[in-house]
Design a protein around this ligand. Structure first.
Ligand code: G6I
Length: 296
């Protein structure tokens, strides 16, 4: 534990004195996540509590904290600090009041509008472009890992461990991303792919936000692993109901041969994304979070 503390810069303060837990946000195999208030400032934060009884998963936690400490970008969830109390690690992040964009679709019980999706795609691509230029691959881009703040800002997160329960075991018996969003090259050669695997997942996420669920969600996750590399790239069910730009953006993300698939930097110049940037500045996602908060 001392190595973990020193190597990760874990604070010596007692977190229970600094944070007052408000409500539980989620539960996973690792522990629980709470909405909490920082007593000094009154700031609302999210706290992931991980019990360290067993030594397993320590490496994953170390990797997660190292990544979070280095990621400083407006479109990546902000890291506040890590604390330790009674064999439990507290990882504290900024709180995003809108929850995940996939939560929003479920609450609204309908797909998002093209303008809302364009704004979310723009914010996600900015975050991915930062991530990729720091030679990192997210590996689990989906609606459940894209958060909105109360102000309508887009933040990439990774609830990886919590989603571990829905992750599929790979041939090598290691957990891999949620299959519906997985790029063909990741399934076919799990050791050899690049940042464009996240671009494929973003294209699947665009369809998920329009149709509430990802393509092929009615097929068993293990079967989907065989179908994705074999079948042609998915499209919007009612493509005619959407603009040419939206359909073209999805087609460019879902190019099956990843060497021909555009990178985040190129896609930031796409007409659909340029529109998304304007909508984001026009507070379209602030209105969306407001509408949903009125419903719940
Ligand atoms: C169900 O309703 C809600 C309402 C609001 C929220 N808001 C919210 N805001 C902030 N965080 C969370 C959260 C929810 C469930 C699990 N973890 C959450 N945040 C969190 C994320 C992490 N880690 C990462 O997001 C992470 C880990 C590795 C890499 C990366 C990335 F690649 F994106 F940089 C990000 C660590 C600790 C915590 C508390 N949830 C969530 C659900």
């Amino acid at each position: 534990m001392t190595t973990l503390k020193t190597s990760l810069g874990i604070s010596k303060a007692d977190p229970a004195l600094l944070f007052e837990l408000i409500e539980e946000l989620g539960k996973g195999s690792y522990g629980s996540v709470y909405k909490a208030r920082q007593k000094g400032t009154g700031e609302i934060v999210a706290v992931k509590m991980i019990s360290l009884e067993e030594d397993e998963g320590l490496d994953d936690i170390k990797i997660e904290i190292e990544i979070l400490k280095k990621c400083k970008h407006k479109n990546i969830v902000k890291y506040i600090g890590t604390y330790f109390k009674e064999e439990t690690l507290w990882i504290v992040m900024e709180y995003c009041g809108g929850g995940s964009v996939s939560d929003l679709c479920q609450i609204l019980e309908k797909g998002l509008s093209e303008q809302q999706i364009a704004a979310i795609m723009y914010g996600s691509l900015e975050g991915l472009n930062y991530f990729h230029s720091n030679r990192k691959i997210h590996r689990d881009i989906k609606g459940g890992n894209i958060l909105l703040t109360d102000k309508g800002d887009v933040k990439l997160a990774d609830f990886g461990v919590s989603a571990q329960l829905t992750k599929t075991m790979s041939k090598r018996n290691t957990f891999i991303g949620t299959p519906y969003w997985m790029a063909p090259e990741v399934i076919q050669d799990y050791q050899n792919y690049d940042s464009r695997a996240d671009i494929w997942s973003l294209g699947i996420t665009a369809i998920e936000l329009a149709e509430i669920v990802p393509p092929r969600c009615d097929i068993h996750p293990m079967r989907v692993l065989f179908i994705i590399p074999k079948k042609e790239a998915p499209k919007l069910k009612n493509a005619r109901n959407y603009s040419k730009e939206f359909n073209d953006f999805i087609a460019k993300c879902l190019v099956k041969n990843y060497e021909k698939r555009p990178k985040a930097k190129q896609l930031l110049k796409h007409p659909f994304i340029k529109k998304g940037r304007k909508f984001l500045k026009g507070n379209i996602l602030f209105d969306l979070v407001e509408d949903v908060n009125q419903l719940v």
